[in-house]
Design a protein around this ligand. Structure first.
Ligand SMILES: Cc1cc2nc3c(=O)[nH]c(=O)nc-3n(C[C@H](O)[C@H](O)[C@H](O)COP(=O)(O)OP(=O)(O)OC[C@H]3O[C@@H](n4cnc5c(N)ncnc54)[C@H](O)[C@@H]3O)c2cc1C
Length: 487
């Protein structure tokens, strides 16, 4: 049995583990990423991500290559069986605050393939495919020792400063660390079908929840030429029954001639809402589905995991390579958990609207929602909640997403600004900043940022693009240093 050593052991190379490894490498953190399977996961899962996630994909270098596998989506509509609109979420044209379109539909295997290619290019990341985390032998504040079993039956012991479990909903890491789940008590079975469709012109051009109590159904455009249908199972229906080709044809018939749709994936999922009670146990941390799972009605499960990775990477980078206190890692959960819970609760609320199979309850729902729409309620853009308490400097605009402003050139602002923290102001060199803080003095080259700053002298932006605080450069840097010392 060989013994290996690294800074961070990442268990699971789904989207969250892969993004985390790539972001850690930007902090000079060495990682070993182990993945049970050899290929990216083939079954249908995420179909949507938002502008903030595209900004993270930009940060890890896949955004441009990913664009052809996406389609921007501006309407998400809930309709009743008669076709009346119950709720309409409309996004405005143009870019959102992160410098990308508000919402994208996409093809998850293509995105994961691009992440895998990036991993191969990155020297600091050692990827082991066909390698399964089997046991955590040792976990203290000083590090972890984990046992890994390879496909050929051989074993490795890996010692790491930290282990991050990105190993999905049935996380071995979570179980080994003895972490329990909070269960929201939402548990609904759905059949998910991905298809290739040549002519989409007759299909809904929006994301559609067809709230028909006889068979609640979701219809989603994905990347160009790809369509997803989700059908709620009725009581008593079995997986074998609903995944039968003839049964699927019957379901699709309501929407198109089934021979026009090439079914490429089908699977039954239980949609539920779960949150790990602890996101850190000594040197073990959880991210992505290992830490939380939600029904897909907001399309935010993977998005939330990618936000976890973006929140965790710079914290680990500062602790491992820049002497920050390990207590900084505790603010990962205090910031992220309220954000995730708010999204889960909204997704479950939407799920309860959709998953109504009782005819009388559906009729009452339709009456109430149509009346609410007439009264001007509902609609607008989907919300993104605020982060919880954490590593911010109490000052105006702390905790906001920092805009990716238009630079007037083909290069995006984040690419020009580079990695690390950003101190941006009228005189950003007026403070003695650590090396991981990049300083940008505004010279009128990016007018939108001068407008954003207003009366403030400067803003300090965190690597996950949230505002640490505004104020004088000296006060911001002093506050940053104090928080890195004490967490
Ligand atoms: C039907 C459906 C629709 C969805 N739609 C959306 C959507 O529109 N938008 C959205 O944002 N999210 C959506 N999601 C959720 C999204 O797919 C997940 O949140 C996301 O894939 C989780 O990523 P992850 O990296 O945390 O976990 P996973 O993608 O599950 O990856 C975990 C990885 O860990 C590996 N692994 C597991 N155990 C071990 C072990 N012991 N050792 C080594 N490796 C291990 C697995 O092989 C896997 O590759 C949807 C989910 C479903 C089911």
């Amino acid at each position: 049995m060989a013994a290996r050593e690294t800074d961070v052991l990442i268990a699971g190379l789904g989207p969250v583990g892969a993004v985390l490894a790539l972001l850690l490498a930007q902090w000079g953190v060495r990682s070993i990423a182990i993945e049970r399977d050899h290929e990216v996961y083939k079954l249908p899962r995420a179909a949507h991500f938002d502008h903030e996630i595209m900004r993270v994909f930009q940060q890890v270098g896949i955004a441009d290559a990913l664009l052809p596998h996406t389609r921007a989506l501006s309407r998400y509509e809930f309709r009743n069986a008669a076709g009346d609109t119950l709720m309409l979420i409309e996004q405005r044209d143009g870019n959102a605050i992160s410098g990308w379109r508000p919402s994208y539909m996409f093809h998850q295997p293509a995105m994961e393939g691009l992440l895998r290619e990036r991993l191969k290019e990155c020297g600091q990341i050692q990827t082991m495919l066909g390698a399964t985390l089997s046991e955590i032998e040792h976990n203290t504040e000083n590090g972890v020792v984990a046992r890994v079993v390879h496909d050929d039956g051989s074993e490795d012991t890996i010692s790491a400063r930290y282990l991050v479990g990105c190993d999905g909903g049935s996380s071995t890491t979570r179980r080994m660390a003895g972490i329990d789940l909070f269960d929201y008590g939402f548990d609904e079975p759905w059949l998910v079908i991905d298809t290739l469709v040549e002519d989409e012109s007759m299909l809904p051009q929006c994301g559609l929840q067809h709230c028909d109590p006889a068979r609640p159904t979701t219809v989603m455009p994905m990347s160009p030429g790809r369509r997803r249908w989700e059908f709620m199972l009725k009581p008593g229906e079995t997986v074998e029954q609903v995944t039968d080709d003839a049964f699927i044809d019957q379901l699709l018939k309501a929407w198109l001639d089934p021979s026009a749709a090439n079914v490429i994936r089908k699977a039954v999922y239980r949609f539920h809402g779960l949150v790990a009670k602890q996101w850190r146990a000594c040197s073990v941390l959880l991210a992505g589905d290992a830490a939380h799972q939600m029904p897909p009605f907001l399309g935010q499960g993977m998005c939330s995991g990618v936000r976890d990775a973006a929140s965790l990477a710079w914290r680990l980078g500062l602790v491992i390579n820049h002497g920050a206190s390990g207590a900084l890692l505790d603010t990962y959960q205090t910031e992220r958990e309220p954000h995730v819970r708010a999204i889960i609760e909204t997704a479950i609320g939407m799920g309860r609207v959709v998953c109504t199979m009782d005819e009388a309850a559906a009729a009452a729902r339709d009456r109430d929602m149509i009346a609410a729409r007439k009264a001007g309620a509902a609609g607008g853009a989907p919300f993104l909640p605020s982060l919880g308490e954490g590593m911010f400097h109490a000052s105006p605009r702390a905790g906001e997403i920092f805009p990716q402003a238009d630079t007037g050139s083909s290069r995006k602002f984040d690419d020009l600004a580079g990695e690390g923290f950003w101190l941006i102001g009228h005189d950003a060199h007026a403070a003695d900043a650590p090396a991981f803080v990049r300083r940008h003095t505004l010279t009128g080259d990016v007018p939108a940022l001068c407008d954003w700053l207003g009366d403030a002298e400067a803003v300090l932006v965190r690597p996950d693009r949230y505002v640490f605080g505004t104020g004088t450069p000296a006060a911001l840097i002093a506050a940053l240093k104090a928080q890195l010392r004490h967490g």
